[in-house]
Design a protein around this ligand. Structure first.
Ligand code: TPP
Ligand code: MG
Length: 903
């Protein structure tokens, strides 16, 4: 078929699938509709649903093509007839909400008056106030609630509102509010957004990097189930609420894990999306409808969708609209128009919205322009929001999303409400302040208004009493981060005896050594149950699939089938209490689980120890922002970068071969990074990691690279523990003496190339080389920087010495470093090495090749290390340049070979 014919056929088909407005037999249609009404009236909605499903199935069997209808009309999901009465005092709650609104606005305005450009957001919270207040007054469970608290992911840019409520609840002082965005001010300040690192007793979850809140919330809800099913904690009463923006839904992370939530039937999870139709620059979907688009996406993924589009004042109009013309008009108008209505007069709305159909003009003829202008949106109507939340918490079997329509900058007056630049608005002029005060009835006098003071009613006022009375049975104030978790006793190093002694008859890779360590930990009586291995579909790559059978793969539905490998020693065993989290191919999801497991000590008081094992290339550069937020969250645990090294992961090529994750990892302040070569080094690092994180409660986590090259593991030499942990120790001193002395630092499998170079240097060139194992340049650097800074700030005192200076004191000669990472990694410590450190490394793109070719290509094999060593000696005048030239020839290193850095 020619392309234009294809298009034509498709168009015809599509036209045929569109619901037709031309009804050839209205009487018959009316009969069908009447029958449905009858069923609804006498048998209820369940029966109606059953019959409609039967009809649909029959039609499909008969070959009738039915279009997928992912959308419901652009009205509220919950009709007024199914609304529960509001349980509180709307009047007092409105007053409380207005005060929160005022203080949130005042916080930003005052901060920017004092310090122009300090920033902050008014319009986000202004649109979301009702969404939060209904939650605080009626739903959010605090940490002391029976059954435990809820986990709430507050939208980052709404933070002023959350602080303002904490102020009314007497949790934050006016001084705190005064120092919004001034964290270094005297007495401390408030961080711009939710950051547990900066406010560890307040915020639980960092959300401000758009998309991270939603995805981590989904995995938090799933991890809560994991804890329940594994008998580690009863989380059955706890819910996870995630508040997000409609613009934020464009982030792939926001919608990327929706199907997991539905598949896992996470009815403990509620998303509340503030659909104010705007993002930072302008409308989210000017030409479309974000609520409808999201409805389709969430419904398609299997979520329970509750739309809260219109406020109660629309109910009588919708009830009077027998012909469905109002709903049709609501469906027709696009978000760009709705945004405009928010900024226009009632007369404009009458003309442009209702005026399209004469019948609609009639429908609203009894309303004044002012009444039309005030017709509200669902997300600003407490009764509608309350009912949606209630329906969400009562819903069983799937997660719920609430799509609440609001106005961005609600209440900010002409300049701010619904305007495109409102997101950035940080100031209000006096006129706007007066308007704000009048609209929200804030008791501040004319004299004071220009000051924009914070306002809190007296302790014994109705508002303050009401506020406290509602929070008490809900388990106290939120957000709050309180760590009540028993410390774990770190295992004795002897637990890993076999790895330490390495009495093996065969060669092993560091990955295989790690598998042994993990197995010991999983089997440990004290610690075992807390270990959470997380793998994104790579267990076989890492040789860890034998763990499946022994410890089970977590599956909330158990295993409903017999796996094809059931008869083997290593079947794919799924179980409801399985310990391994097998995420499938999602690094973003896996790190989200890592965060949930690594913060369970704070969130749940359960000291789970996550080990997230992944392709090192697909870690920091793929999900670096989540890694950063793991640090912000004070996550504990081990990131294990497997198949590491640009030359060690042979064959895989450019996209897989990682020679830079250690550089990226070095940017995270609380991440301890290690690049070990031998099993015993790994054992020492993991043991000490558990000690520091889980016994001592230090705020750090670990990144360790593992390789798949098999070689002879060594038994642990005496006295190396400190060196392993601090980053450097002498592994094998030169066998003999010679005139020329050099030091070779090696990491990971490239350490073995330095050992081979040591032999070549001794045998062929009479150079004595000491080989050092460099396990962590980052640890060395931080220590050296710290000492250097201390010395600079205490010039009159005896200078301190860094570990590196101590360990290298008395050593002289030439220093070289080689690793499977970029030169910039060892270069981190050059400054503190006597005479500098000459780096060799894997700068440039990897390619598909075997190890030896790759190591020659990147000039990190023993021969190239030898050449580099001789070159450095020649530079210092210790040997003649001609010897280097001869070595190049002898060792077969091509002087004209391509530079891998550019290749
Ligand atoms: C990953 C990321 N990219 C960009 C931003 C900058 N940013 C902050 S708020 C915002 C717009 C938010 O719009 P929306 O999600 O609709 O929230 P609203 O304020 O409208 O409720 C943007 C782009 C960010 N915080 N995170
Ligand atoms: Mg928005």
């Amino acid at each position: 078929m020619a392309p234009d014919q294809v298009v034509e056929t498709l168009q015809k088909k599509r036209v045929a699938l569109l619901p037709s407005n031309n009804d050839p037999d209205p009487a018959e249609t009316a009969e069908w509709l009447e029958s449905l009404e009858g069923v609804l009236e006498f048998d209820g909605p369940d029966r109606a649903r059953f019959l409609l499903t039967q009809l649909k199935d029959k039609a499909v069997r008969e070959g009738v093509e039915i279009p997928i209808i992912a959308n419901t009309p652009y009205i509220n999901t919950i009709p007024p007839s199914r609304q529960a009465p509001f349980p509180g005092s709307r009047e007092i709650e409105r007053r409380i909400k207005n005060l929160v609104r005022w203080n949130a606005m005042a916080m930003v305005v005052r901060a920017n008056r004092k310090d122009h450009g300090i920033g902050g957001h008014i319009s986000t919270y202004a649109s979301a106030a009702t969404l939060y207040e209904i939650g605080f007054n009626h739903f959010f469970r605090g940490l002391d609630a029976p059954g435990g608290g809820d986990q709430i992911y507050f939208q980052g840019h709404a933070s002023p509102g959350i602080y303002a409520r904490a102020f009314l609840e007497d949790r934050l002082s006016a001084a705190h509010l005064e120092n919004f965005r001034r964290e270094l001010a005297e007495g401390g300040g408030l961080s711009s957004y939710p950051h547990p690192w900066l406010m560890p007793h307040f915020w639980q979850f960092p959300t401000v990097s758009m998309g991270l809140g939603p995805i981590t919330a989904i995995y938090q809800a799933r991890f809560n189930r994991y804890l329940l099913h594994r008998g580690l904690r009863d989380t059955s009463q706890q819910r996870v609420w995630a508040f997000l923006g409609d613009g934020e839904c464009d982030e792939p992370e926001t919608l990327g894990a929706l199907t997991l939530a539905a598949r896992e039937r996470l009815d403990n999870l509620i998303f509340v999306i503030n659909c104010n139709l705007q993002r930072l620059d302008g409308p989210v979907r000017g030409n479309g409808k974000i609520i409808q688009e999201l409805e389709a996406a969430f419904r398609g993924a299997g979520w329970n969708v509750l739309k809260v589009v219109w406020g109660g004042d629309w109910d009588p109009l919708l009830a009077a609209d027998k012909a469905g013309l109002l709903v049709q008009r609501m469906n027709e108008a696009v978000d760009g128009e709705y945004q405009k209505y928010a900024t226009e007069s009632g007369a404009y709305i009458r003309e442009h919205f209702f005026g399209k159909y004469p019948q609609l003009l009639k429908l609203v003829e009894h309303l004044s322009d002012e009444q039309i202008r005030k017709l509200s949106r669902g997300g600003h109507d407490p009764e509608k929001v309350y009912n949606a939340y209630k329906a969400a918490v009562d819903h069983r079997g799937s997660p719920t999303v609430i799509l609440a329509k609001t106005i961005k900058g609600y209440g900010l007056g002409e300049g701010g409400e619904g305007s495109n630049p409102t997101h950035q608005q940080k100031t209000l002029n006096e006129e706007e302040l007066r308007e704000f005060r009048a609209r929200f009835n804030i008791p501040i006098s004319d004299d004071d208004i220009a000051e924009t003071p914070f306002y809190k009613p007296p302790v014994d006022s109705r508002e303050m009493k009401y506020l406290q009375e509602l929070r008490k049975p809900l388990g106290g104030s939120l957000p709050a981060r309180v760590v009540v978790c028993p410390p774990l006793q770190a295992p004795k190093l002897e637990l890993f005896k076999d790895v330490l002694e390495a009495r093996y008859k065969r060669e092993f890779s560091s990955t295989m050594e790690f598998e042994k360590l993990l197995r010991r930990l999983l089997q440990d009586e004290q610690l075992g149950k807390y270990v959470v291995p997380i793998i994104p579909d790579e267990a076989r790559t890492f040789g860890m699939h034998p763990l499946f059978n022994t410890f089970g793969i977590y599956a909330s539905l158990g295993q409903k089938y017999e796996p094809t490998d059931a008869a083997t020693m290593t079947p794919y065993r799924e179980a409801i209490d399985g310990q391994i989290i097998e995420e499938g191919i999602t690094e973003a999801g896996s790190i989200s689980s890592f965060i949930a497991a690594g913060t369970a000590y704070a969130t749940h008081g359960v000291p789970t120890i996550p080990f997230f094992i992944y392709y090192s290339m697909f870690g920091f550069q793929r999900v670096g922002d989540l890694m950063w937020s793991a640090a912000d969250s004070r996550t504990r645990g081990f990131l294990i970068g497997g198949t590491a090294g640009r030359t060690t992961l042979s064959g895989e090529g450019l996209q897989h071969e990682d020679g830079h994750s250690h550089l990226l990892a070095s940017t995270i302040p609380t991440l301890a990074c290690y690049d070990p070569a031998y099993g015993y080094e790994l054992a020492v690092i993991v043991q000490d990691g558990i000690r520091r994180m889980y016994e001592k409660g230090e705020a750090l986590f670990y990144y360790i690279t593992l390789y798949n090259e098999e070689y002879a593991m060594l038994p642990m030499p005496a006295g190396v523990t400190e060196g392993i942990l601090r980053g450097l120790y002498k592994l094998r001193p030169a066998a003999g003496r010679s005139k020329a002395k050099v030091h070779l630092f090696g990491s990971g499998p490239i350490l073995r190339e330095t050992l081979r170079a040591q032999e070549i240097l001794a045998e062929k060139y009479d150079v004595a080389a000491d080989v050092w194992s460099a396990t962590s340049y980052k640890e060395l650097r931080r220590d050296a920087l710290d000492v250097e800074r201390w010395n600079m700030l205490h010039p009159a005192t005896t200078p301190r010495k860094s570990y590196l200076e101590q360990v290298l004191a008395g050593e002289n000669g030439v220093f070289l470093a080689a690793s499977d990472y970029m030169r910039a990694v060892p270069e981190m410590v050059t400054r503190w090495v006597p005479g500098g450190l000459f780096p060799l490394g894997t700068d440039g793109f990897g390619r598909s090749e075997n190890r030896s070719s790759l190591r020659r290509f990147f000039e990190v094999d023993a021969e190239c290390i030898t050449v580099a060593t001789l070159y450095r000696l020649a530079q210092r005048g210790e040997i003649k340049p001609a010897r280097v030239a001869q070595a190049l020839k002898d060792l077969g290193v091509d002087s004209e070979k391509v530079n891998p850095m550019y290749a």
